[in-house]
Ligand binder design. Sequence first.
Ligand code: HEC
Length: 199
Amino acid sequence: MVPLLFCLAACGDDDDAVRPVATATVPPSPTATATERPTATATERPTATPKPVDFVADVDDFECILSWDKVREFRITNRLGRLAEALELARNPRPGAQFPVGTIIQLFPGEAMVKRGPDFDPDNNNWEYFELDTSPAGTSIRVRGRDEVVNRFGGQCFGCHADARDFDFICEVGRGCVELPLSRDVFGALQEADPRCPD
Ligand code: HEC
């Protein structure tokens, strides 16, 4: 009786003991793979790091907006030599396409959207919003960023422009943005009144 019980207990123990060992032999291959991956990624990263280009606008990047190309209602430029690419997309908007880094778009002299590098704010397609003060002497930056930037009517730039996410946050018409409390015929007149432009 005793040996039989002992044997049953021993057999059970053996089964239990075998399973963990068998299972334990499986992990080494994932572990081996896991040790290879970080090494491979780590060696790639240093080469990839210098690639993303950022563009941090300074006051000198803003000027009389009449000197920039006009596409429908807005004015557009690019400070990193990618104007042709920016103009092509502005003229032929496509869902999902994004403006190149260094693009500046303005509807009014006192507000701007500037395309930053890919790490700036991906959820906002890396746009930085600006409230500018303009005078014949030039431009000064009143507020820049995202959530803290509001227009003269108290509306948050990002809050409205996010409705046009599919078109890289460019609202224009028919893309779901809440309309501005201004008639569209005044946009051109407000651009003409940019105090930075020569008489
Ligand atoms: C109430 C919603 C609303 C707010 C707030 C708002 N915008 Fe806009 N914005 C629009 C709409 C709508 C247009 C398109 C106007 C048109 O072409 O009829 C527009 C146009 C623009 C354009 C021209 C490109 C485009 O998207 O059509 C720029 C640049 C722009 N806004 C920047 C800003 C900035 C910077 C702020 C904050 C300081 C801001 N906007 C706040 C709704 C808004």
